[in-house]
Design a protein around this ligand. Sequence first.
Ligand SMILES: Cc1cc2nc3c(=O)[nH]c(=O)nc-3n(C[C@H](O)[C@H](O)[C@H](O)COP(=O)(O)O)c2cc1C
Length: 311
Amino acid sequence: MSFDYTTSLGAAKFENPIFTASGCASSGKELSQFFDLRELGALVTKSIMIKPRSGRATPRMAETASGMLNSIGLQGPGIDIFLEKDIPWLQEQGVSTVVSIAGESVDDYGILARKMRSVTGVKALEVNISCPNVENRGMVFACNPVTARAAIEAVRRNIGGELPIIAKLSPDVTNIVEIAEEVVAAGADALALINTVLGMVIDTNTMRPKLAGKTGGLSGPAIRPVAVRAIYQVHAALPHVSILGMGGVTNGREALELILAGASAVSIGTANFGNPTATMLVKSELQELLIAKGFNSLQEAVGYAHRAESQ
Ligand SMILES: Cc1cc2nc3c(=O)[nH]c(=O)nc-3n(C[C@H](O)[C@H](O)[C@H](O)COP(=O)(O)O)c2cc1C
């Protein structure tokens, strides 16, 4: 019997479970020099906002033990140019695509969703709610159940049709299950866990913060246990809601950890910077591991750590 590597997030179906993580592969052009992007379960684009943005002040990257801290911010061309240039390119190449959007207000999310309505050939919409809400003292949408819900409701109301919504949550909360329940009630079909963890580095020579923005998002292997914990908790509470897992995955064994915790697919972010073919390595290693462990399909392994516990 051949191994079934397909997966789904809500109603969206994918040939395999390995995706890029938003912000770590732009719109795919750079990575396409290294491998055929059609080999990805999906390419997740950098979060796009309404207007063009140049991101935050430099320096905006710092290395940390087993990870990196970035305060790039949501740099990008704005949704109109993105839809005019990047989406047609991805469609011409036949790339399975998930578009990530981000807003600064609830209305922004509604406007972005409306713009996505007429776009065909996109598999799902990832909604990044880990951004500051300018209407509420810069409080991150995803860190408060009321604003998290409002942002996802605005997308649901405006998206029309069947485009599945994947709500991307922040780990910087006391109870991630509470936020997950709110966004699912608001109409999210699936969840992406986790965005970066808020961190800070101080340069002991200058004795000042290393990043111009002072704080930044921590990513890479350092955050993998946080991702595994968040995925495990949310899968336990909402076993029927599919999860796109991410956080520090660099090889097949680490991807398997997220799958066993409850992820139906895995995004690779920071690892692409050191190795542009990291996704392809993870894809083949994970499949080999699943077969070696006796699974006939990826689906059988999703959330297995929960089942094993009760046996
Ligand atoms: C340089 C950089 C830029 C990122 N930009 C975005 C973004 O635009 N939207 C988003 O939802 N997440 C963004 N992220 C978060 C990643 O998608 C991912 O959730 C996180 O880095 C954890 O995965 P990793 O450890 O594999 O990188 C970014 C991460 C990095 C390192």
